[in-house]
Design a protein. Sequence first.
Length: 589
Amino acid sequence: MRQLIELKSGPLLALLLIFALAWFGTLDQRRLINPDEGRYSEIPREMVASGDWLTPRLNGLKYFEKPALQYWATASAFTLFGEHHWTARLWPALTGFLGILVTALATIRLFGLQAGLIAGAVLAGSVLWNVIGHVNTLDMGVSFFLAAAVFALCLAQRDNADPAESRRWQDGAWVLLALAVLSKGLIGLVLPAATVVAYALWQRDLGFILRIRPLRGLLILLAITAPWFIAVSLANPEFAHFFFIHEHFQRFLTKAHGRYQPMWYFLPILLIGMLPWLGSLLPGLVAGMRRKTGLRFQPQRFLLVWTVLVFVFFSVSSSKLASYILPIFPTLAALIGLHLSGYAASRRIEWHALPAIVIGAACLVLVPFVTRFANEKVPVALYEAYQPWLYGGAGALLLGAILAFWLGRQGRSVAAVMSLAFGGFAFGQGFLLGHDSLGSVNSAHDVAAVIRPQLKPEVPFFSVDTYDQSLQFYLKRTTTMVGYRDELGFGIAQEPEKFIPDIAGFEQAWNAAPEAWALMSPGTWKALDSKGFPMTEVVRDTRRVVVRTSPLPSPRPEGEGDDCSAARDAASVLKNGPGLGRPCAAATK
């Protein structure tokens, strides 16, 4: 095996470098999209601005829905490299890329070189892993740590692992689980523990539970996680109840978070997310069921138990989001790698590309119909700008699948898998990069670019009956909430003095301020305008209207660096958008 790795090391390293450039090279190309990207960029920004890295805050209010590890990572990136789109997305991109490497290397150790190369390619080409790896959410980080911990546990329990090696891998697994807990909470411990018990029962090997060294492992986990949980609880006595009871038990057992979906919700998510590997999905799961004779520990079965258990766990939960099942994608990739590495010998691997050929062709046919999703908030012109990217992604999937079919017919199995992975990766990137065509309405970037040069730090800014998650990040400041609570409700309850509960209170604060700004929806603006509310419109799009109390100052001559000139330059990105307001001097009319 070592000779085979050395033989392929040159081309593989070149391919890995090209893939790394493609993976990280697009992080700065898109505006932050609401709600998640705005939220998980703003919390670290506020950490850096305030210097308080202990208590997470969102829009100046305490925010305890998730632990702090990713906030710290992103805040560190902001501190080192500045506040940019790419630094906001660096942590999910980094953990997503490392997840692909870990999956490939662990599968090589467990099932052989060819299985590992295929597994890495499968994960790299999977649409959901690809997309979430380039979006600033918390799901990629926790998925990486959980999957890496599962692989480390498998490596620790291999029959041919010596005691010292087993202990190192086992301790590493517990460290990774601790980081998973610090990424997203108790699922970092509950799901792996349930997997260990389920596997032990299936294999009728209860001694397996003791072989993972649970007491030693829990001490490692507590040593890493307890300091922050204790410190944040001492600083904020309300933290423990909200985080452990509300965010875990109530989220799983009730519909309190408004994310209820039917039991079958994750089935289409899995099928879409595993593109272009639909032809390999079921055979990979079957490969996980097979028992290898002569081995006490069956790693393929452990990976299968993890995959099924996580899928079922989130399916029965009362709170569902598409990215919740992301932790099973690395283990699915490993099982598919195991299956295809043995299947390739029969020279029929090309048939696994057929579903991707059909889907790629179908997507090309369906792209023209995407404009039917247009509405008054997302006009048809934006979807028309999206279409070339969708054509490119679907075409890449189709071409990659056709090439994979041909390579499979030639008996070049790994090359066929790489070609299919390329098609899947390009398909996901086309969908994602093209989505920025809708960014003018799905992000506050363009509106903020207009008003930020005119906005003084000491001037109050209100968010009236709405909350735009990305506005605060782009303005580099918080806003005072008026009427709107939702996910900020807990923080508002802790610090009600930062909140205005109704329009009457807002009007009083507005009239008392020498100068003030406000964000509101077009509907709220219309209602206030009909009552003669004293406000001057500065800029608007189909989702937002920004107003201020007093007219803007007359612009100075061009070339003198006046704020109004800068705002006009920033406003140029909005000129083709529908229903836009009048920035700068025009706003005084």
